[in-house]
Design a protein around this ligand. Structure first.
Ligand code: SUG
Length: 447
């Protein structure tokens, strides 16, 4: 049966960093965000780093798409909580009375597209369409502002309802707290054949949560996602509580999967042995390969700091073994770099590594894997995407010129109070709407 399936590729859709990228320390339990709070950021470098990563991936032969930033500051949010007057007055009043809420309204967090949605490829979905559930991200206030615009973005990129089902986010209740694909891994013999969908949750909504840091993903959220997508090969696993306590706010901080390989830290799961047995049982057409890194070789703290497991693990055309797209910070952490070298030398599923510089994103806890949403697509599905969002050399050139024109190279959290930043951001997004073919009224200020 599987041989009848159409061949498919794994595309990446990366979130473009927005002009208000800043270090406001908004995400408790995300140690990088907490440590870098208050530092000056460089939005222009941030967006250019992301574009360079996209160029690398497209150059390696994988389809690459661009997801637009959201409009920030989110004036609608500030109005909803009682700030009034002109848009500039709204910003000025929020800056005076509630600077934390202004920071919240300015976060460029939609850049982390791994949290945009959970995706089920058509080979795994009961109705043969590609399914997306945009994440409600309701554990953190700044991220809870993303769901509606993300839904609009995904509908722009995947407009054909015969092929794509972009659902609404799950109900915005703690019971269904959902962080999207950052807690999901798919294993398969080949992208186009039915695979195993590993859904990793941190909290059971029916049990009290007493952890120091929030557990952002509930079991009930992922059960609902799998149900509405009709996702086959579903395996549910509990994230280790101790890992969350140590700063693993998403499972992709300690685990990444691709094709037949699951690459993970020893401490990732509450019961790693059961997870492997469940994956083996669900993998009907292939033998899963588990590459576990032990805490004795790489302590959890260094795994988090180096972001080794927040690498992208990709299958490149014509290459039997997988390539790890790792952050520079992994190369700079001796035990993490050694773990990579050992994995490659072992002749296992991982064959090589490329290091990328995404330091601006990393300083908010977002590595290479956070910046992208993986979407497995057949040729027909690929042809049905919005062509203006497909990344190539021409788009790279246009977006580089656009960023250099519109983005600041230094921003302190205090600068978010500057109402001119609102005008600059809107001018940037108006220009981007045309470049990416997003249509009229894509952003709130355009309606
Ligand atoms: O949700 N950081 C993001 C990082 C998301 C990383 N994504 C994945 N692991 N897939 C978060 O914690 C910090 C923003 C600030 O502090 O301004 C932030 O939201």
């Amino acid at each position: 049966m599987s041989s009848l399936r159409a061949p498919a590729v794994e595309a990446n859709a990366d979130g473009l960093v927005g002009p208000t990228h800043s270090f406001a320390g908004l995400a408790p339990g995300n140690l990088a965000s907490e440590i870098n709070k208050g530092d000056p950021s460089n939005p222009r470098s941030a967006v250019l780093e992301g574009l360079s990563k996209m160029r690398l991936m497209a150059g390696l032969g994988l389809p690459q798409f661009v997801l637009p930033p959201h409009e920030r500051p989110d004036v609608g949010f500030l109005r909803g909580i009682g700030f009034g007057g002109t848009d500039h007055q709204v910003i000025e009043a929020a800056a005076r009375q509630a600077p934390e809420l202004l920071n919240t309204a300015c976060s460029a967090s939609p850049m982390w597209a791994a949290n945009a949605a959970t995706v089920t490829p058509s080979a795994d979905a009961a109705d043969g369409r590609v399914h997306f559930t945009p994440a409600n991200l309701l554990t953190n206030l700044h991220r809870s502002l993303e769901g509606e615009q993300t839904t609009r973005s995904l509908r722009a990129l995947f407009p054909d309802e015969r092929r794509f089902a972009v659902h609404d986010p799950l109900p915005a209740q703690p019971h269904f707290a959902d962080e999207g694909a950052a807690n999901h891994a798919r294993l398969c013999a080949d992208h186009g054949v039915p695979g195993v969908n590993l859904f990793v949750w941190g909290r059971d909504a029916y049990e009290p949560w007493t952890g120091r840091f929030p557990a952002r993903q509930t079991k009930q959220a992922f059960e609902a996602v799998a149900r509405r997508h009709g996702a086959g090969g579903a395996v549910f696993a509990r994230q280790a509580r101790a890992a969350i306590e140590a700063g693993v706010f998403h499972n992709d901080v300690v685990c990444v999967g691709a094709r037949t390989c699951l690459f993970f830290h020893e401490t990732a799961f509450e019961d790693a042995v059961a997870v492997q047995a469940d994956i083996r049982a669900a993998a009907r057409s292939f033998e899963p390969q588990f590459v576990q890194i032990d805490a004795a070789d790489l302590p959890l703290g260094e795994a988090i700091k180096s972001y080794l497991f927040n690498s992208m693990l990709v299958s490149l055309p014509g290459d039997d073994r997988l390539t790890l797209i790792a952050p520079m910070e992994t190369a700079e952490t001796p035990r993490a770099a050694a773990a990579v070298e050992r994995a490659i030398a072992s002749n296992g599923p991982i064959g090589r590594v490329e290091y990328v510089d995404v330091r601006q994103s990393m300083r908010n806890g977002g590595g290479p894997a956070c910046l992208r949403l993986r979407v497995v697509l057949t040729d027909d599905e690929l042809a049905a995407t919005n062509p203006a969002q497909r990344f190539d050399a021409t788009l790279h050139e246009r977006l580089t010129a656009w960023a250099e024109r519109h983005y600041r190279d230094r921003l302190l959290p205090a600068d978010l109070a500057d109402p001119h930043l609102l005008d600059e951001s809107r001018a940037a997004l108006d220009a981007l709407t045309g470049i990416l073919g997003l249509g009229g009224g894509f952003y709130p200020s355009q309606r």
